[in-house]
Design a protein around this ligand. Sequence first.
Ligand code: SF4
Length: 300
Amino acid sequence: MSTPTVSLPVPRVPGRRGRLQDIPVDGRKRVLLASPRGYCAGVDGALCLGYPPPDRPAPAERGRQATDATCPRVSKVHREAGRFARDDFEILLIGHLGHEEVEGTAGEAPEHVTIVNSPEEADTVQVRDPEKVVWLSQTTLSVDETMETVRRLRLRFPHLQDPPSDDICYATQNRQVAIKKVATDAELVIVVGSANSSNSVRLVEVALEYGAKAAYRVDYASEVRQEWLDGVASVGVTSGASVPEVLVQEVLDDLAGAGYRDVEEIRTAEEDLMFSLPKELRQDASGRRDERALGGRDRT
Ligand code: SF4
C-alpha cells in the first residue's frame, strides 16, 4: 500500500521570513512533513507521565484540589508493574534511568523492578530467579531498540514473560513509523521537541537509522542552522508528542524563506483517539456548565 502524500500550502507566520538564505542546490527543494506528529491524546488532555506512589497528590490542603492526571497509557504500565509484583515476578523495566516516567513505574514496586537502560545492559543484568521474570517498558522508547533489548534478554532468560500488550504507546509508535518513511527520502531531518522529551530524542535516532544523512532536534525554529541546509534538497520535519503545531509552522516558514516551499505531508496513520479528563476535572467542567446554564444566579 502506498503512503498518502498531500501537498500543503506554504505556512505563513508573520515576520519570520529571511532568517535562512535561499542558496541553490542540485534538485527540487522540498519538505517532507511527517504525519502524525505533535500532540498526542495524552498531552492534548494535559495529562502527565506519572509519579511513584509516595509522590501521589496528597488530600486537599488549604482548599486546593489534587488530581491524578497520569496518562492512561502510563497508568496501564503502573498497573502491570503492581500486578506482576504481587505475583512475585522480577520486573525488568526497559527504560531510561532518571526519566520521570521510569521513576513512576519503578516506584510502583521498587523491590521487584530492575531498570534495563540499553540493549547492552540486557547482556549483564542479574535476576534472582530466571524462571520468574517479566519485561515491561517505558511508553516512549524506540520500538526497534526495545525489541532488540527483549531479544537479548530472552537469550539469557528463555522463560522471560511478555507484557499483556504493548507498553510503547500508540503515539510514540505512530510518530516513529511516519519518520521512518520520511527518512528514506530526506537528506536532513529536523525534529521539533525538547531535549528531555524521550519520544523526540528517539525520533532523531530513528531518522538516522532509517536513512537520513543528518537529523537534529530543535526546541525552536531559531535553532535551525544555515549550514545544515548546505546542498540539501529534501528536508524531513516532524515533532514530538508534546510539541504545539505552531512551533512546527515556524520551522516550515523559515524553510520556505530558504526556498523549501513545496511541503508534502507523508501520512502513515490517522489518529482520532481522545482520553477523557480525570474524574475530578470532568465533574468540575460539568459543574461550570451547570453554573452557566443557571445564568450565574446565586444558588446558595
Ligand atoms: Fe501518553 Fe504516549 Fe502521549 Fe506519553 S506520548 S502522554 S504515554 S499518549
